[in-house]
Structures are given as C-alpha cells and as structure tokens.
Design a protein around this ligand. Sequence first.
Ligand SMILES: [Mn+2]
Length: 250
Amino acid sequence: MVSFFRKSVPAPVVARQPRLPAGLRVYAIGDVHGRLDLLDEAFGKIDRTELERPSERNLTILLGDMIDRGPDSQGVVSHILTRSKRRWMLAMRGNHEQYLLDFLDDPDILEEWGPLGAFNTLLSYGLKPNRAPTPEQRRQLSQDLRAALPPGHLDFYQNLPISFSCHGYFFAHAGIRPGVALDQQSPEDLLWIRDEFLGHRGPFERVVVHGHTPVVVPELLPHRINLDTGAYATGRLTCALLEGDDVVLL
Ligand SMILES: [Mn+2]
C-alpha cells in the first residue's frame, strides 16, 4: 500500500479555478476501476446536490479507467450507459479501456493487461479465464469477450474521447506532456503520462483535470486537479463539482 500512492500536495477543499459560464455545472469523477458500489454512491451525491441546488445544465465527466481491478466492470459500464439516457454524461478513455479494445484485436496484449486487473473485467463479462492462459487460450478469451459484450458496450469503448476541453479546463485521463500544445498531445501521453506531467509546476494552457495516478488526498492545484484516490483499494471515489470559479469536493 505504501508504494501505491504518490505523495499528495496539500490542497484546500475549495480552490479558485477558471470560470465556467453561469448555469453550467460540471461533476468530474476519478478512476472507478470496477467499483459499481462507489459509482452508485457518487451518482447519488450528484442527484442529491441537483435536488437541493438545481443547476440549469450539468455535465458528469468520468475521467477514464472505469474498468479493471475492482469486481464489477461490466456493471459499471452498464450503469453509465443507463444513466446516459437521462443525464448529460461524458465517459473518457483511460489506458485500461484502451487495453480492452487492444485485446479484441491482439490477444497477446493480455500478457501486459492481465497483471493490471484484466481478469476481474473478463470475469465480470461472464468469462472464466485461466490465470496463466496459453496463446491459444488468449485467442479464445479475446473472441469470447467480443461475443460476451452486451449491446452498446463495444460502441461505448470505441467512442470514448481521449480528451475534452471545456472553457478553461482540459480533461484527460493521465494528463498532458508539458511544452506540447494541447491540440498536439499524443494519445500515448493523454492515457499514460505520469512523472513529466506531475512534476511540472505549470502553468498549462488550461487547468488539466485528470486521474490515473492515485493520491491519498485529491490534488487541487492552480494548474491541475487530480481526482484519482485509488477507489478500488481505498473505497474512496472522488467527485469534484466545478461551478463558476469554484472547485468543491463532494
Ligand atoms: Mn490509468
């Protein structure tokens, strides 16, 4: 557990940030990693907030890595798809969703993906993976996964955006490469970057809202906001409310 977290930069609960237009509220949720129970709680908090203090328009953004590690990736994706029918939702691509897509075309990627929590995702889709599959078993699992995906799931994975700009904010799963324009960022960096991004003191073109690297306490910095609190291991899933120039943790 000790090496699991990066050291958090001490952060206030409320930070001043770019200004969203009046009437627009954004809820941003960190890495869910198969914890349907926690995602359900977060949606409940959002619903209560909207009931108590309704906004004109509100967008919920999931920062990627909805799947793997935790017990119910299939349930998490189904829950997001269901909620998307009645709420404005944007689920973003994380490196784990990319692994799933890559696995459908290249079964051998399971050697890399497996140790990162893939088996729990395969189990959640009703597969019975052997923990050390042979190349032939990997090919079979890949075909079986494609066949097991419920309606809408393949489309969901294929259409997850890799970045999203909203007024002064830039949303991406892992972060950005410092010194490279936002519209020139590589998918590799947006899905995977850690040290070069996290160690950069800013400023960036926009405030980057991201997950990917677990921290004990969410980081609300002037140039970036990290909402990954390692939900699958800690039981803490972070949801931030962005409104006007405030950032508030729910
Ligand atoms: Mn990640």
